[in-house]
Design a protein around this ligand. Structure first.
Ligand SMILES: [Mg+2]
Length: 233
């Protein structure tokens, strides 16, 4: 018996702004969890969320709010409380929506014998799973990927996703990150992956054109075109 072919294209999916738009569904849980764990009120504090990792976001909030304490301990307690609050509110919140074309693209990738599919996100794994479960997308990622709750530097989350591709799928070939911010492109290139950016997140298409991505699209609605870009036509 011959072995099944090894996937030659690893597709690493970002979550927020690429597959799902959260609206304001995470704002209250985020600020509430941070305040409960640290005692600091960070509403009004400006931090760049888009394309950032949750570890890096929490570190910035801890630094600007002058909170004392062990970072790993604060982060762990924040993550527990944040995910608990999200778990109790996300499913019924009116804001979150699945972005157009996402389900069709994931289905096409799952069925393609030369593709393997993993996550590469700034999210904490548990909050990511809550989001994907609401839209019945979690089953597309049975082996997970790389997460920003484990890796502060986004490129390290992408490298972790590539490691999952190798270990779980026997992937050997090229990798593509599909994301919605210039940070996705920077991290992808740092990790040795190519990038397709979509303008469905916080950043407009004309601004994404300045990012060093191989391709920029308005959205993921044209499955055939995306598969072609990924070399899977
Ligand atoms: Mg994103």
């Amino acid at each position: 018996m011959s072995e099944p072919p090894k996937p030659r294209v690893l597709v690493i999916m970002d979550v927020d702004g690429t597959m799902i738009k959260n609206g304001d569904a995470l704002r209250v849980p985020f600020y509430q969890a941070f305040e409960e764990v640290t005692g600091a009120n960070i509403r009004g504090v400006k931090v760049n969320f888009a394309g950032n990792t949750d570890r890096a976001i929490i570190r910035q909030f801890i630094e600007v709010s002058g909170v004392n304490g062990d970072y790993e301990d604060l982060l762990a307690r924040f993550a527990d409380r944040f995910c608990e609050l999200v778990d109790g509110s996300y499913d019924s919140h009116p804001s979150p929506r699945l972005l157009p074309g996402v389900r069709d693209l994931l289905e096409a990738l799952r069925q393609h014998p030369e593709a393997a599919l993993v996550l590469g996100t700034g999210n904490i794994r548990r909050s990511c799973e809550i989001k994907l479960r609401r839209f019945e997308l979690l089953d597309y990622f049975p082996h997970g990927g790389g997460f920003g709750g484990d890796h502060e530097v986004r490129a390290d989350a992408i490298r972790a996703a590539m490691e999952v591709g190798r270990e779980a799928y026997g992937w050997d070939g090229e990798a593509w990150v599909i994301g919605d911010t210039p940070n996705d492109a920077i991290a992808a290139h740092d990790a040795g992956a190519r990038t397709l950016l979509v303008a469905t997140g916080m950043i407009r298409k004309e601004n994404l054109e300045y990012a060093d991505a191989e391709h920029v699209l308005d959205d993921l609605t044209d499955t055939a075109r995306v598969m072609e870009i990924l070399g899977l036509a």
